[in-house]
Ligand binder design. Sequence first.
Ligand code: ADP
Ligand code: AMP
Length: 214
Amino acid sequence: MNLILLGPPGSGKGTQAKMIAQHLGIPQVSTGDMLRAAVKEGTPMGLKAKAMMDAGALVPDEVVVGIVRERLQKDDCVNGFILDGFPRTVAQADALQSNLADLGKSINMVISLEVDNEAVVERISGRRTCPDCGRMYHVQFDPPESADTCGECGSALIQRDDDREATVRKRLDVYAQQTAPLVEYYNNAGLLKSIDGMQAIQTVQAEILQALGC
Ligand code: ADP
Ligand code: AMP
């Protein structure tokens, strides 16, 4: 199963992708996580991407298209993958389609998580992230058992630099202008399944699994 999770920042893509990945035994492919790993390692690409990410802007299409093309060729993607945060522009979606065709693959379903802007701001400003294993929490909606500590690996949780309110509002503008057109793009392709992302985490998960026929 080759899936895309589409939705504004904070709509729950990462939270749901991790659960589906475990359920289906296929990897989550998050461009945000891969870019943050490059920033952490201090690679030349990471150094260039950091300024754009901190400003809430998108990094150039060719950078993310290249990272995803390499990632999808890895052995663990042979039975499927869940794209989280990619594609984010029509150019990325076109490039993905052509790169998948080269590999003899295609996208089976695009799940669009629908959440309103004020909920996004509330979710993102309360998001805490584990810098080591990537698990996300929310101070109110999905709190860690022990304050500020990751329940999976014990690391100290952080707030991402781009999760402050002013940057979140900028990211929402970028989403509306550059990414939202993909809803129609994939609807026209007959691949779109919309899910009400305003519901509780477990309810959203159940609806996604039902849509996938699991
Ligand atoms: P995205 O990957 O789309 O940016 P995340 O999965 O990181 O979004 O979720 C953003 C924040 O909202 C996290 O702190 C997460 O714990 C919380 N969250 C995710 N889904 C829900 C939900 N259905 N209801 C309430 N909070 C949620
Ligand atoms: P995310 O973790 O998905 O919220 O992404 C964090 C940031 O990484 C975004 O605000 C962008 O700056 C960058 N990013 C992640 N995925 C992409 C993408 N597909 N295209 C361009 N920039 C991206």
